[in-house]
Write a protein that binds this ligand. Structure first.
Ligand code: AHM
Ligand code: MG
Length: 336
């Protein structure tokens, strides 16, 4: 296959996606650039730590910072200058970041987790940047209101992630399927490596933090027990995998199928994951790839966020596996 760069791909797809105005494409370019900068810093993270020694300052005279706050700063710096955004929300920032008046304001809203799974950085395991793109409601101008940002996930006009793993990969959807690009570090370009990604209808992997068994209600215990004790599509038991970085666990699920679960717990009634910066973008990708995402009772993309950092239980992956979870919860609900 001739090498297709992400830039060429976006230009080709611009014609097919109505929202792909120049502004939208510019937003994606700046996101990609931010991802490349973060990727480069992550590659050097261990090295910088060594160079920085035990002190607070490294040899360049810079503060030795945690990689997640560096990723957050890279994203905010680049994206507020893109001219495509009117607001941003980062998992690392409590409040909405309003763009302007010092930078030109655009029509889009970017919600992101700058470095998902950041506790994995110290042990050199995959992390990633997750992003969700919303459009500002038509006719609104001036400073953005919080209500304009709290949109349900089905209104996303694009979503994706950049996974910093053995290779750096960009996985993106603008409503026309899911496409994966691998960064060629030699030329500094993302090349189309996984066109039109599809999640298998049913998988053979389940992914959950099993250490929390004691915190689950009976319905959730039944859900997990079902995957532990039922044969998967190939007649063998389901196998368990849990990286502990949602973006990495989702990436595997997208490629191999199966299900990732982060349920509600007695001590965390809405689970741990954030609806707007984690669940919604991945749910959008899952659906675009033929899979499903649910909170156990209903579709993730239909949930109306009550606040920027609202949380949700999440069951995401192969359609049949997610439907099985909904069926078990519904059965328990009916017994009440
Ligand atoms: P983070 O955004 O603060 O890194 O937290 C989210 C992460 C997910 O990436 C991961 O799936 C989950 O937390 C792991 O949580 P736990 O350690 O409770 O299993
Ligand atoms: Mg996260």
């Amino acid at each position: 296959m001739a090498d297709i760069t992400v830039t060429e791909h976006l230009l080709l797809h611009q014609k097919k996606t109505p929202q792909a105005t120049g502004q939208f494409t510019g937003l994606l370019y700046d996101l990609i650039l931010s991802g490349k900068s973060i990727s480069q810093r992550i590659n050097k993270a261990g090295l910088l730590d060594i160079l920085g020694g035990t002190g607070e300052v490294n040899v360049q005279g810079e503060d030795v910072q945690k990689m997640d706050s560096i990723a957050n700063r890279i994203m905010i710096y680049r994206m507020e200058r893109s001219g495509a955004l009117c607001a941003m929300s980062s998992e690392e920032e409590a409040d909405l970041i309003r763009v302007g008046p010092e930078f030109p304001r655009g029509d889009y809203i970017l919600i992101f987790d700058p470095l998902d799974g950041s506790s994995n950085i110290d042990i050199d395991i995959n992390v990633g940047t997750i992003f969700s793109i919303l459009r500002r409601p038509a006719g609104e101008t001036g400073e953005v209101r919080l209500e304009d940002v709290l949109q349900p996930g089905y209104q996303q006009v694009g979503a994706g992630y950049i996974l910093y793993g053995p290779s750096t990969m960009l996985v993106l959807s603008t409503g026309d399927g899911v496409h994966g690009f691998t960064l060629d570090p030699g030329v500094g370009e993302f090349l189309l490596s996984h066109p039109n990604m599809k999640i298998p209808e049913k998988g053979s992997i389940y992914s959950i933090n099993d250490g929390y068994y004691r915190y689950w209600d009976d319905a959730t215990k039944d859900v997990v027990d079902w995957f532990r004790t039922t044969e998967s599509k190939d007649g063998k038991p389901y196998t368990a995998r849990y990286v502990g970085a949602l973006v990495a666990d989702f990436h595997r699920t997208l490629l191999r199928g199966g299900i990732y679960m982060y349920p509600a717990e007695k001590r965390k009634p809405d689970g741990k994951l954030r609806l707007m910066c984690e669940a919604n973008p991945l749910a959008y990708l899952a659906e675009q790839a033929g899979g499903k995402a649910s909170d156990g009772r209903g579709r993730i993309l239909d949930k109306i966020p009550t606040k920027l950092h609202a949380r949700t239980p999440l069951f995401i992956g192969s359609k049949e596996d997610v439907e099985k979870v909904e069926e078990i919860y519904a059965r328990h609900e009916a017994k009440k």
